[in-house]
Design a protein around this ligand. Sequence first.
Ligand code: HEM
Length: 199
Amino acid sequence: MSQILGHLKSITQPSHDRLETVSFAHEIMSQKITRPQYLQLLAKTEILYQAIEPVVNQFIKESKIDKISPFISNRLADVKKDLKLLNGKQPAYILQDSPVRIHALPALIGTLYVLEGARLGGKVIVRALQKNTELADIKDFHFYEQAGIDTRQRWLNFRNLAEEMITDSAAVEVAARAAQKTFDFFYKIHRKPLSFIEE
Ligand code: HEM
């Protein structure tokens, strides 16, 4: 089904905009994010990727569909490295159970749409973080840098995969619902300040 990503974009655009308002987009892009804000951003990102990535990766592995395997995601390891560079404290909570469920291929595509799309902003974000004076001592931004990943090419490959896998309107519906739920989950985690265990 052609234009599946165009459809997902049009229905989730308001969610992207809403998410930006709670995830320091303005502070990042104006190179004025503070250290505590950057810590919030990373710690919440860790919570999110801890809940999403294993579910996505397990579905991909169990599906045994070769074409999907390039979309296994390993960004959790990167965000952990970044938190170490900040001497990150332990968040006061972790999610015991992942709220993310993927039962079918169209739901995987909808979820991946959000994860793969989130990579696109990364290369822009990293340039802003590198110029942010309050973070001047931080030499690596692993999560946003995505070393070795050509995000543009990966996105084009994902678009081709999505068009091949989503073949009818019922599948479009399922993918759209999964994308929306994924954005909602990001918003839910980002909208509240995260507290940390004090040592
Ligand atoms: C500081 C926060 C963010 C900024 C500044 C940002 C910025 C951007 C930009 C500039 C693009 C267009 C990239 C391009 O076409 O080359 C984009 C696309 C996208 N972003 Fe973000 N983003 C942010 C956070 C996120 C997050 C946290 C998510 C997901 C949870 C996300 C999901 C997406 C998706 C799905 C697309 C693809 C839209 C499409 O073309 O279909 N973004 N973002």
